[in-house]
Write a protein that binds this ligand. Structure first.
Ligand SMILES: Cc1ncc(COP(=O)(O)O)c(C=O)c1O
Length: 411
């Protein structure tokens, strides 16, 4: 029997009643400064207020049937035990083939240079933990995807940052040049870029490459949105002269196949860098879901028409959201890729991005993400919020309608 006061307390992991005295939460120092991720916070507020979630980047539509069927078939065929640590040979080959196609001919050794991970998030973690020593400097471009800083902290790295500023979010090349030091081990970049939708231009990539080669710096390039490139062609920095040997290309299945919950990712790197990545991967997860790897191999061998259609569908969605946000009165910054668009919310007179997003959820019924969480210095993001258009067209139209009804009056 449990006492009545104990029975109202939340259960513990083993289902028994919780001790009446709440214990202070504990966390290792290297993670102390990080809060619950903004995506978790905003998605739970969205549910609480019945708001339309244009915050977290997951589609509200399903992935393609041929990929789901391949997963079901793989399970039925008995592919249900641990996979080879670095990935099943079929998927390693499919990744290498896809990369060759996407980079117009870059040849990758599928067995020695491709590592399959549990989402790009694990590929990022394995790269940092496998290749960065405590005290090494790593340069980020702010705003940046939130796992970068936390993972670098776990690796004991020293984080340096260069800010991409609106309206173009161009790379301030002189600033970048000036912060590279003899301790700089790597630049961690992301193109197409979350949250801004910026795509790194060939000129920017050329300068970054020259700097990296001259200073013996590695590049970790997160390209999870490479198939959502609208205004220009995506360029993998690994394909630039002299760069393959110093680049880790990080990617995953989730965005391209609208299957964000599957968490199949990979790191492509020359064998001497793959060694460290695989060492970390071995002790983080060892291997990734076997049947999903078979399905991922099928997905990556999809005909070109699949990728064209995906892009076409997203361009329609993007137009609905961008035009809608402009008509509501936001200053909308150009987004060349990803399924995100960043706007300046200041015409509506709220104090900062967090206050604006709270107002938007509670009073308007729409969720956006405050961008200050993507900066080392949150002040730099206080005027900007991010919306996603990875939702069906009706949802996007309804969100715009809600904003027009409630926000326009505030202008
Ligand atoms: C820039 C970027 N990198 C990595 C990820 C994580 O990818 P995955 O879901 O494959 O772990 C995301 C997800 O939102 C992202 O936006």
């Amino acid at each position: 029997m449990v006492s009545s006061s104990a029975s109202t307390a939340p259960p513990t992991h083993d289902g028994s009643a919780q001790n009446a005295t709440p214990q202070p939460v504990q966390v290792a120092r290297r993670l102390e400064k990080f809060k619950t991720t903004i995506f978790t916070q905003m998605s739970s507020l969205a549910i609480k207020h019945g708001a339309i979630n244009l915050g977290q980047g997951f589609p509200n539509f399903d992935g393609p049937e041929f990929v789901k069927e391949a997963a079901i078939q793989a399970i039925r065929d008995g592919n249900n035990q641990y996979a080879r640590g670095c990935g099943i040979p079929e998927l390693n080959s499919a990744v290498a083939e896809r990369f060759k196609k996407d980079t117009a001919g870059l040849l990758v050794d599928a067995e020695k240079e491709v590592t399959i991970t549990s989402g790009c998030t694990e590929a990022i973690a394995a790269t940092m933990l496998g290749l960065i020593n405590p005290g090494d400097e790593v340069i980020l471009f702010a705003p940046f995807y939130d796992s970068y800083e936390a993972t670098l902290s776990m690796a004991g790295a020293s984080v340096k940052c260069v800010t991409l500023r609106p309206p173009e979010f161009s790379v301030p090349l002189d600033e970048l040049r000036s912060i590279i030091s003899k301790n700089t081990r790597a630049i961690l970049m992301n193109t197409p870029h979350n949250p801004t939708g910026k795509m790194f231009t060939r000129e920017e990539l050329n300068v970054i490459s020259t700097l990296c080669i001259a200073n013996d710096v590695l590049v970790f390039s997160d390209e999870v949105y490479d198939k959502l490139a609208f205004e220009m062609d995506h360029i993998s920095i690994a394909s630039l002269p002299g760069m393959y040997e110093r680049t880790v290309t990080l990617n995953s299945l989730g965005k391209t196949f609208s299957l964000t919950g599957w968490k199949i990712g990979w790191a492509i790197a020359p064998a001497h860098l793959t060694w460290g990545i695989r060492q970390a991967h071995s002790f983080l997860t060892f291997a990734t879901s076997t049947p999903m790897q078979y399905a991922a191999a099928t997905a990556l061998r999809a005909p070109d028409s699949y990728f064209k259609e995906l892009r076409r569908d997203y361009m329609v969605k993007k137009a609905i959201l961008v035009e809608g946000l402009k008509s509501v009165g936001f200053i909308v910054y150009p987004s060349s890729g990803t399924y995100f668009v960043v706007v300046d919310h200041t015409p509506f007179g709220l104090e900062n991005d967090v206050a604006f997003c709270e107002y938007l959820i509670k009073e308007v019924g729409v969720v956006a993400i405050p961008t200050s969480v993507f900066y080392l210095n949150p002040e730099e993001g206080k005027n900007l919020v991010r919306f996603t258009f990875c939702k069906d067209e009706e949802t996007l139209r309804t969100a715009v309608k809600r904003m027009k009804e409630k926000l326009l009056k505030k202008l």
